[in-house]
Design a protein around this ligand. Structure first.
Ligand SMILES: C[S@@+](CC[C@H](N)C(=O)[O-])C[C@H]1O[C@@H](n2cnc3c(N)ncnc32)[C@H](O)[C@@H]1O
Length: 181
């Protein structure tokens, strides 16, 4: 993500599907504040303990029904959460609403999503709670444009060889897409 945007120390950042904060805590030193959203109270409790005294707040909420104020974030970041979200268009619409819009020549807020490229269903040992077997970049790019984002740009963030649930060694690359509100 740091290769795709220049973090700004004034930014308010939403970490979508934050879990215990691997991403949000890495971003936090570069920005003003991180709001970590997740549906797991247990994950957020661990994160809150790790982030005590830091400018990071937790918020229990499904990404499909984000209830944070409109235009209140400069960036939305997310790592390995979107494939767990059943209604991706609803989540993307919520991200668009949460980000500040473009005003005159100033571009709108930044969206940075890292997740799996399409995979055969063998990345997880148990696909319970997995709603998408990774993502096709063109299809996700189209959903981003439909949600009102501009210029989605994908990079391969990580080559990720591992032995899958079927015992076969294969690559499970992780993309990162950057798009502007
Ligand atoms: C694989 S973990 C990734 C956590 C973290 N982003 C990281 O990279 O370590 C996926 C996270 O998404 C959360 N999650 C799954 N579905 C969600 C939803 N519909 N709304 C919000 N969070 C969700 C899970 O509770 C979990 O913490």
């Amino acid at each position: 993500m740091s290769a795709q945007v220049a973090w700004d120390p004034a930014w308010r950042v939403l970490d979508a599907g934050a879990g215990t904060g691997l991403l949000g805590l890495a971003v936090l030193p570069h920005v003003a504040r991180v709001t970590a959203v997740d549906t797991s109270a247990a994950m957020l409790e661990v994160l809150a303990a790790k982030a005590a005294g830091l400018s990071l707040e937790t918020h229990l909420c499904p990404l499909e029904a984000l209830d944070l104020p409109a235009a209140s974030f400069d960036a939305v970041v997310s790592s390995m959460a979107l494939h767990h979200v059943a209604d991706v268009p609803a989540a993307l619409a919520g991200f668009a609403r949460a980000l500040r819009p473009a005003v005159g020549p100033r571009p709108g807020g930044h969206l940075l999503l890292a997740d799996l490229d399409s995979e055969p269903g063998t990345f997880h040992s148990d696909n319970t709670g997995v709603h998408h077997l990774g993502f096709d970049r063109d299809a996700l790019g189209a959903l981003l444009v439909e949600a009102g984002f501009c210029a989605p740009t994908f990079v391969t963030a990580l080559d990720n060889p591992k032995v899958g649930a079927d015992g076969v060694l294969r690559n499970y690359p992780v993309f990162c897409v950057h798009a502007l509100r």
